[in-house]
Design a protein around this ligand. Structure first.
Ligand SMILES: Nc1ncnc2c1ncn2[C@@H]1O[C@H](COP(=O)(O)OP(=O)(O)O)[C@@H](O)[C@H]1O
Ligand SMILES: [Mg+2]
Length: 255
């Protein structure tokens, strides 16, 4: 079989009359940062939702490290090593920064928040707390550990979501518009952060993003979709100069 980290084959996702993803295929190799771009409504988030088990594909196969994960539940997919962040931030409100990350450690093994907050044995608890502390220090949020997560500035909430995803020890990290709402400086910092965590945690990264500077700067390869179908694939330079991409997307989107 293949040694791709992620392989999507002929994925189709239909909602009633809407074909959100249409016979889309792609793959990502270990250590790559690959972007999925395209106009609003192109089907990008839907593709992420199919990969993470939020939706069962209408057709097609999804493989993680050669194993078929098509139709598995989100918690099973998390346990096998895929973590994600969301286009609309989904932190646990009512929890501190520290608790948000600590709780995520438990999500790797349990399917719901109720059992995730159950008491662990002391040794396990201690090691998860140490790991939480280390992750927060690494990403520069440790000083804010006792703040309520949802009281952080927007850019920091986005970083916290990434830390929380890292706490599940993923092999593949999916980021859905991580720079949305960030100012240019935060966006720059995010770019170097994504590269740093890829190296440090030996991750493979799959990113949806509209900030073209960020995409062109960090991506090894880029897939472009429109109306659920691939219109281009290539390295950043090829994508920037691709007439179909410029017509469909780059030429009309000034973000
Ligand atoms: N759960 C759903 N039910 C019905 N239609 C959906 C659902 N999720 C997404 N869609 C539709 O699928 C298309 C692609 O949406 P989406 O994947 O969110 O696009 P993108 O992330 O590229 O902006 C849109 O037309 C959207 O309205
Ligand atoms: Mg989206």
């Amino acid at each position: 079989m293949s040694d791709h980290v992620l392989e999507i084959s002929n994925l189709t996702m239909r909602f009633g009359g809407v074909v959100a993803v249409d016979n889309f295929s792609m793959s990502i190799d270990k250590g790559e940062i690959v972007a999925l771009i395209g106009p609003n409504g192109a089907g990008k988030t839907t593709a992420f939702n199919a990969v993470t088990g939020v939706y069962t594909p209408t057709a097609g196969k999804i493989r993680l490290l050669g194993q078929d994960i098509t139709g598995k539940r989100p918690d099973q997919i998390t346990a096998r090593g895929i973590a994600r962040t969301f286009q609309n931030i989904r932190l646990f409100s009512g929890m501190t920064v520290f608790e948000n990350v600590l709780t995520a450690h438990h999500l790797r093994r349990t399917s719901n928040l109720f059992s995730a907050t159950f008491r662990l044995n002391a040794a396990e608890e201690k090691s998860q707390r140490a790991d939480t502390e280390q992750l927060l220090r690494y990403i520069g949020l440790y000083d804010l550990k006792d703040e309520m997560a949802t009281s952080l500035p927007y850019g920091k909430q986005r970083l916290l979501e990434i830390v929380r995803a890292l706490a599940t020890k993923p092999k593949l990290l999916l980021l859905d518009e991580p720079a949305a709402g960030m100012n240019p400086q935060e966006t720059d910092e995010l770019g170097s952060m994504i590269r740093r965590i890829r190296d440090e945690f030996q991750l493979t990264v799959f990113i949806i993003e509209h900030h073209m500077n960020l995409v062109m700067d960090i991506s090894d390869r880029i897939y472009v979709i429109e109306f659920g179908k691939q219109i281009a694939e290539g390295v950043p330079e090829e994508i920037q100069n691709n007439p179909a991409v410029i017509a469909a997307y780059l030429g009309v989107d000034d973000e």
